[in-house]
Design a protein around this ligand. Structure first.
Ligand SMILES: [Zn+2]
Length: 181
């Protein structure tokens, strides 16, 4: 096999083949993570994509930082701007489930840190459930003032507004506040 493939294209099943560079698996299928030429090493049974334009699709365990692009009671979608600390312009989004629909983990445009867990049905799933993960920066939903992080919520010293958040232990520490400006 020496085929030109596009990101997301199937390269084989994980029972049959192992993924090399520029590939990822979605649980049962090895897929291309960048465009390029797919090559299979018949001895080692490893498939890789060569000369691919790097799209930098995040893999399991990667830490991503981005802004909340969509918010539903059951989940948030995050547009990724940093992958493992490096700027990422692939335009890829990941989603994070909210197990407790009564609580707000993050709102639109919040800057959040997430850890990638799996690729499932074409979507990249991430978790927010670790101390350093969560909201890195947000503003008051009422007066747009800067807020103070509490343990599991934020409070606006200006207007007194309080709201749930999954706060990162790195809140406001990072340079990522500029993502919000
Ligand atoms: Zn306020």
């Amino acid at each position: 096999m020496n085929d030109f493939v596009m990101p997301g294209e199937k390269l084989g099943f994980i029972e049959e083949i192992e993924g090399g560079s520029n590939t990822f698996d979605d649980g049962d299928t090895i897929r291309a993570s960048s465009a390029g030429i797919a090559e299979v090493d018949k001895k080692t049974k490893i498939v890789q994509v060569r000369n691919g334009r790097q799209l930098s699709i995040p893999k399991k365990g990667d830490i991503v930082i981005g802004t909340v692009a969509m918010m539903l009671p059951s989940m948030i979608a995050v547009a990724i701007h940093y992958l493992n600390g490096k700027p990422n312009s692939s335009g890829v989004e990941c989603i994070c489930q909210n197990p407790d629909r009564k609580r707000i983990i993050a709102r639109m445009n919040d800057v959040v840190a997430l850890k990638i867990e799996t690729h499932l049905n074409g979507a990249i799933h991430a978790t927010i459930d670790e101390p350093e993960l969560g909201v890195l920066f947000t503003k008051c939903n009422v007066c747009a003032g800067n807020v103070v992080p509490m343990r599991d919520r934020i409070k606006c010293p200006n207007c007194g507004f309080m709201e749930d958040r999954k706060i990162s232990t790195n809140y406001e520490k990072a340079d990522f506040i500029k993502l919000r400006e």
